[in-house]
Ligand binder design. Structure first.
Ligand code: CTP
Length: 476
């Protein structure tokens, strides 16, 4: 069968199709496919047997449709390319994503087309690039709403100061901004601009707004700019850094949105407790496990708030990330983020803080060694687990232990009042602190379940599956 082109249908039919598609929340093309599928199914018995046989015996025809969404398991990224010199790196980004099996569709702003062509982007992506909101052919075939929806993730690279301003202000006067306003998918931006523009109060405001709206950010990096003699922070993250930010999220997508409609709060990373303006007390937590849990919960459709201490990791895509330094700040941010259905406390919160941090740097004085007075930090997990009102239905803690793992975990379960504890061995030999793998034991009132050694992202997915089952009524 020749491929179906909706714009060639007569106007009355198009109008009816558009209405039906809108009623069913489908694109016009999808609606047409659905109608054809059901008509073919209903009519198959009415078809003369000879014809049916002839059709069955005919060799299968490929049905090329360059603009069709990718097959089910393929992850789909919509790459919006803004107008900056870094746009040339986006061409490499397309290749990097494609070589990892990701389907890429591109939208280029008018300014982007001053730097690269839609032909180059389309050729690398293997499907035409989109440029114009008011292009009738694109609107009828694919349309900005379908572009916005037929992606697992939207990446904006480079995200120029102007594009960020439009996003923060909710503008929709070109294809890129209209897609960004119409989407319900997670968005990652890779800002790129002159350092002065990056530092400008307006850009800071827009960035803060975008982060508050749940947009994830990678970069910009410091270094030399394209303009001669200019250096500072504003270089777009390298394509592989962007891929590294994208991969945990795409990898965590399992298709099933088992936590859709649920609010999940996660803490992650260490806390830093100041001694003076340049020194602090900290621990070796990398934040990898907590961030992986936030990413897995977001990929399962949850509305995720991640409260994290200082880490060297990109913000998980799809989660709203709130960055804090100290345990006290973490408690405040956690309290503000409630209510939630589930709270997972993966942060390695410093147990103590310095009682009197000083405002100016401590200086060495002959023969005098400073003595630090310590006070205990609030226990964030216990505070939330013991709430009499507004307690999440499921409160999950970690137990980082170097010995008597299960015994300590059981004791923590009872003392902290949480529902589950994930106990893990953090002795130096285990390589858990800072490493990519983890061996955890799920300790509940019902008993202990030991999980095999696995990647932290696998632990995260397994935990999310358990959370979804528990919320759906499975025994805890
Ligand atoms: N936790 C917390 N706030 C604190 C200390 C710990 O929310 N001030 C949480 C951690 O996020 C973790 C759990 O409590 O989920 C257990 O943390 P862990 O460091 O293992 O235990 P501690 O309470 O610090 O106890 P100890 O140092 O005696 O092992």
């Amino acid at each position: 069968m020749a491929s179906l082109t909706i714009r060639k249908l007569d106007d009355a039919l198009k109008k009816r199709l558009r209405l039906r598609a809108a009623q069913n929340g489908r694109s016009m093309e999808d609606e047409a496919r659905t109608i054809l599928r059901s008509a073919a199914g209903a009519g198959v018995n009415a078809e003369p047997a000879g014809k049916r046989r002839a059709r069955r015996d005919a060799p299968a025809q490929p049905t090329p449709d360059a603009d069709a969404p990718a097959a089910d398991q393929t992850r789909r990224v919509l790459l919006i390319i803004g107008g900056g010199i870094a746009a040339y790196k986006s061409l490499d980004l397309i290749r990097r994503l494609k070589e990892r099996g990701t389907a890429v569709r591109c939208v280029l702003t008018a300014a982007a087309q001053e730097f690269i062509t839609s032909l180059a982007a389309g050729a690398l992506a293997g499907t035409r690039a989109f440029t114009d909101l008011f292009d009738t052919a694109s609107e009828l075939d694919v349309g900005h709403i379908r572009l916005a929806r037929e992606a697992d993730l939207i990446v904006v690279a480079p995200a120029t100061a102007d594009l960020m301003a439009k996003m923060a202000g909710g503008h929709a006067d070109d294809l890129a901004s209209a897609v960004l306003l119409a989407t319900d998918r997670p968005v990652l931006i890779a800002p790129a601009m002159n350092p002065r523009m990056w530092e400008h109060a307006a850009t800071r405001r827009n960035l803060a707004q975008l982060v508050a709206d749940g947009v994830a950010v990678v970069g910009p990096n410091a270094g030399e700019m394209a303009e001669a003699g200019e250096a500072g922070t504003g270089r777009m993250a390298e394509p592989l850094e962007i891929v590294a930010a994208v991969e945990p999220y795409l990898g965590a997508l399992g298709g099933e949105r088992t936590l859709a409609g649920k609010r999940v709060l996660v803490t992650s990373g260490p806390t830093h407790e100041p001694i003076d303006p340049v020194r602090y007390i900290a621990n070796r937590s990398s934040g990898k496990q907590g961030h992986a849990i936030a990413a897995a919960a977001a990929a399962a459709g949850a509305e995720v708030t991640l409260v994290c201490g200082p880490v060297n990791l990109p913000d998980p895509i799809g989660a709203k990330t709130i960055k804090v330094e100290t345990a006290a700040e973490m408690l405040t941010a956690v309290s503000k983020a409630l209510p939630a259905d589930v709270a997972v406390f993966a942060a390695a919160v410093a147990d103590w803080r310095v009682d009197k941090p000083v405002a100016s740097k401590l200086k060495k004085q002959d023969g005098v060694t400073p003595r630090l007075g310590l006070v205990e930090n609030p226990d964030i997990l216990a505070t939330v687990a013991h709430r009499t009102s507004g307690r999440p239905r499921l409160v999950i803690g970690f137990a980082a232990e170097t010995d008597h793992l299960i015994e300590h975990a059981r004791e923590k379960l009872a003392r902290k009042g949480c529902d589950w504890i994930l106990a893990n061995d953090v002795s130096a030999e285990s390589g858990v602190m800072g490493g990519d793998r983890n061996t955890v034991h799920l300790v509940t009132e019902r008993g202990v379940e030991s999980w095999p050694p696995q990647g932290k992202d696998e632990v995260a997915r397994a935990l999310v599956a358990r959370i979804a089952a528990a919320l759906a009524g499975a025994p805890r």
